[in-house]
Design a protein around this ligand. Structure first.
Ligand code: GLC
Ligand code: CA
Length: 543
């Protein structure tokens, strides 16, 4: 065995049930050596910031050896660190420090596909059709007289056909970029390999895994057509994500994989967990990924997709809480991640978007369950919409014109000049440029400033960790309220915390919930109550 980092955190095996997890997009968080790219040592240096923010764990996006065609979601070696991000030694130093500060580490695992540079795929290309080397991937003969048509009508999530032809005439499947060939999860070697990869990182002390494309590993037998795609009807198959059935996603057999993974996680001390990035037709099918014999969590993307309205939030919250009660696991709330437009921008951008994003944070953090924050949301960062095309790196951009680079711009830490302290003193490099407006949004510009978004997050996280009313994992009680208003209560052991969100178009007078604890906008006192402005949220307490 290798280095293990005994964690002082091992006593609480249920930590993930109410944790606040902070997603670090490694490439864009902090650059320790001035090459313009975030790295593991950069994260290590900023751990005190994350501890002071009040998060329980970090989820690190892939930092493994990779040609970086898809920002590291194309892994060439699952057991090593890409030199761009540092070394295995840097990882070990980082996790040791994180644990010493009481911060857990979740790493990303990418089991649906490897990089085309992975030794297995290189061997498959060098071998003949029908060889054992090809059997670890999904190679097939094409259709048409000379096999010149793809084996079926499947479409890549990044646009275009999901099949690429190799020189000897066979085709291989890639649900994402051609540089991300899909593995054959019906092959025992594939299963054994990933079980070993899990152990490799568990031995290094990781507290959990975020499973990439967790719904994708098993494809329907016979690789049947979907029946339409952008070529035939102009309608993209990916429109069915989270809404319909696709023969390459959410197949029942995928659950066998997680039933094999769970005992591995459980064989380590300290509550090692796994969270699924899974898309399923219904919340009920999504909930099947969670449970004592499968995974601990699955992101609730319906919450992320909810529009700014009391109705829309209430609907998704009720559904998610009902499902989590059935499976006996907490809901996993998320507002932003590295694949989606930042919520400041989704909610209207500019001042309105920021107000709503701040209010949404208080909404999310008052809910029972686990909350995932995406780096920079604590600074109120908007999506960068005007990146020059030639700087965009998302492989989806070339194929669909849609790019996820705007939420991946490096974090502003301090100073007056871009990239605002992202690198060491004096460094001017950053792999994507930060806009001039981010000077006012840097950590240094907001720290200690009353009313700043950073201080709002810090206050909310402090209360979330210490307030008795939020300690339980019980559900919420909705309170009767005007349309446009969302009001609910959490109570445990005599303490009551009430969260009120105003999504309507007029300020609302609120009375009778006790003392305000934290608010996303200033409240004014009126007639013995408090006036909650439009696009704002507040927590009240009564003990
Ligand atoms: C997941 C990741 C995304 C990546 C894709 C392919 O959806 O979150 O960033 O492009 O999987 O690995
Ligand atoms: Ca660097």
């Amino acid at each position: 065995m290798t280095v293990s980092t005994p964690s002082p955190l091992t006593s609480d095996a249920d930590w993930w049930r109410s944790a606040v997890v902070y997603q670090v997009y490694v490439r864009s968080f902090a650059d320790s050596n001035g090459d313009g790219i975030g790295d593991l040592q950069g994260i290590r240096e900023r751990l005190p910031y994350l501890r002071d923010l009040g998060v329980d764990a970090l989820w690190l996006t892939p930092f493994y050896t990779s040609p970086m065609v898809d920002g590291g979601y194309d892994v060439a070696d699952y057991r090593d660190v890409d030199p761009m991000f540092g070394t295995l030694g840097d990882f070990e130093a980082m996790i040791t420090d994180a644990h010493a500060l009481g911060v857990r580490i979740i790493v990303d695992i990418v089991p649906n596909h490897t990089s085309s540079r992975h030794p297995w795929f290189q061997a498959a290309l060098a071998a003949a059709p029908g060889s054992p080397e090809r059997a670890r991937y999904l190679f097939a003969e094409g259709n048409g007289e000379h096999g010149e048509q793809p084996p079926n009508d499947w479409e890549s999530i990044f646009g275009g056909p999901a099949w690429t032809r190799v020189p000897d005439g066979q085709w291989y499947l890639h649900l994402f970029d051609p540089a991300q060939p899909d593995l054959n999860w019906r092959h025992p070697e594939v299963r054994a390999e990933f079980e070993d990869v899990l152990r490799f990182w568990l031995d290094r002390g990781v507290d959990g895994f975020r499973i990439d494309v967790a719904h994708g590993m098993i494809k329907a037998e016979g690789l049947p057509d979907v029946g339409f795609n952008s070529m035939t009807t102009g309608r993209r198959q990916s429109e069915l994500l989270g809404k319909g059935r696709l023969p390459y996603f959410d197949q029942d057999e995928v659950h066998d994989i997680y039933r094999a993974w769970r005992p591995i996680l459980d064989s380590y001390p300290g509550g090692r967990m796994a969270v699924a990035e899974a898309w399923a037709e219904t919340p009920q099918r999504l909930a099947r990924y969670i449970g004592p014999d499968e995974l601990h969590q699955a992101f609730s993307f319906d919450f992320l997709d909810a529009t700014w309205s009391a109705d829309s939030f209430r609907k998704v919250i009720d559904t998610a809480l009902a499902e989590s009660t059935i499976v006996g696991a907490p809901t996993t709330w998320v507002l932003s991640n590295h694949d989606r437009q930042r919520h400041v921008t989704r909610y209207g951008d500019g001042e309105v978007g920021l107000r709503r994003a701040r209010a949404a944070a208080l909404l999310m953090l008052a809910l029972p369950g686990c909350a995932y924050l995406y780096q920079g949301e604590e600074l109120g960062l908007p999506e960068v919409l005007d990146l020059p095309d030639e700087l965009r790196q998302d492989p989806a951009f070339l194929r669909t014109g849609e790019s996820r680079d705007g939420c991946r711009v490096p974090i502003p830490w301090s100073g007056d000049l871009a990239p605002y302290g992202f690198g060491p003193a004096g460094s001017e490099l950053s792999w994507l440029p930060a806009p001039a407006t981010w000077r006012a949004l840097s950590v240094a510009a907001q720290a200690g400033v009353p009313g700043s978004t950073l201080e709002l997050y810090r206050a909310a996280l402090r209360i979330r960790h210490t307030h008795p009313a939020l300690a339980g994992t019980d559900g919420i009680t909705w309170l009767e309220s005007d349309p446009g208003l969302l009001a609910f209560r959490r109570d445990t052991g005599g303490a009551v915390l009430t969260c009120v969100v105003n999504t309507g178009d007029a300020p609302v007078l609120i009375d009778g919930y006790g003392q305000p604890l934290v608010a996303s906008e200033a409240l004014t006192e009126r007639d013995g109550g408090h006036l909650l402005p439009v696009d704002a949220a507040v927590w009240f307490e009564r003990r």
